[in-house]
Design a protein around this ligand. Structure first.
Ligand SMILES: C[S@@+](CC[C@H](N)C(=O)[O-])C[C@H]1O[C@@H](n2cnc3c(N)ncnc32)[C@H](O)[C@@H]1O
Length: 295
């Protein structure tokens, strides 16, 4: 694993800046979240506390609340403006129910997946849709493992290295700077999960292709999403019009059936909390490990 780590403040600022309009263009994010929720429906669990990690504008919070009405929900995100947006969206989705005294009100925590503001062994389910690709998998999965209760489950999606391959290739024909974020591959993620002590990790990848009329629209959408280039070796300063035009020209070579493809390699994964030492006399082993449960 030798990907350069993104600058955290840049990631937080970029997503905070994106919060207001993120939902207008988050097509892939909705699609992968729905698929992740579908996969979650195959697992029989009754979580008491659920963390939506990198909750963004909170669309998935309402869906998780609907599925697990008794659970306490915690939204964690590095971008404070995303959490504000999530709070508003959640209130709107509750409608009149928001006035009921027992309505399930999530807790909103600004924090980093690599240093979770959560106690050890305190969470039953972590749901993370397209947020972990901004993190070092070794640190984030160690944190996930730390906060999961013995029977806890992490379900996530992330992005693999083939993501935005067309844009990456188009930029490579223009200069040598990294213009598209680098992503860890499934094997690095699997190793990080095992090293973190998570049990029975399962990983697979799927390719999604979004189509665009022009590469300018794609680049604009990425900006609206907050998915800025945060590589430390990125080119600083404004990118010239000539370079952007050269990228657009190169991207045209990918045009098929009248549209430009943008490939996303989506990694789906889940794992259970591993063996947990709760105090010096007790070792907790997840039910999954005892029963050899498969989901
Ligand atoms: C592509 S959005 C996905 C949002 C949401 N999960 C969804 O499905 O729409 C990625 C989110 O992860 C958050 N994020 C990025 N790095 C993070 C980190 N290190 N810790 C916590 N959240 C992070 C961003 O602020 C952003 O809200």
């Amino acid at each position: 694993m030798n990907n350069e780590l993104p600058n955290k403040q840049l990631v937080a600022d970029s997503f905070s800046h994106a919060a207001a309009h993120y939902d207008d263009v988050a097509v892939l994010q909705r699609q992968t979240a729905d698929e992740l929720l579908e996969r979650l429906s195959l697992v029989s669990i009754q979580p008491n506390r659920i963390v939506d990690l990198g909750a963004g504008t909170g669309r998935n919070l309402s869906l998780l609340a609907k599925r697990y009405p008794k659970a306490q929900l915690v939204a964690v995100d590095i971008a404070p403006a995303m959490l504000q947006q999530a709070r508003q969206v959640y209130q709107q989705n509750l409608g009149l129910k928001r006035w009921f005294p027992n309505s399930n009100k999530p807790i909103y925590l600004a924090g980093d997946a690599e240093a979770l503001p959560l106690a050890d062994n305190s969470v039953d389910l972590i749901f993370a849709n397209l947020s972990l690709q901004w993190c070092d998998p070794r640190t984030s999965f160690a944190e996930i493992s730390r906060v999961l209760r013995p029977d806890g489950l992490i379900m996530f999606t992330s992005l693999g290295p083939d993501t935005l391959t067309e844009l990456r290739q188009a930029w490579a024909s223009v200069d040598d700077y990294p213009h598209v974020n680098m992503f860890y591959d499934m094997h690095d993620i699997g190793t990080a999960m095992m090293d973190a002590g998570l049990a029975n990790p399962v990983l697979d990848t799927d390719r999604y292709t979004l189509t665009y009329d022009s590469s300018m629209v794609l680049m604009k959408d990425l900006k609206i999403l907050g998915a800025r280039n945060v590589n430390t070796a990125r080119r600083r300063g404004l990118t010239g019009k000539k370079s952007i035009q050269a990228v657009a020209n190169k991207y045209e070579t990918f045009r098929r059936d009248g549209v430009l493809p943008a490939t996303y390699e989506v990694i789906f994964g889940h794992a259970w909390a591993g063996q947990k030492i709760m105090n010096s006399n007790e070792i907790h082993i997840s039910v999954d490990q005892i029963q050899g449960r498969k989901s």
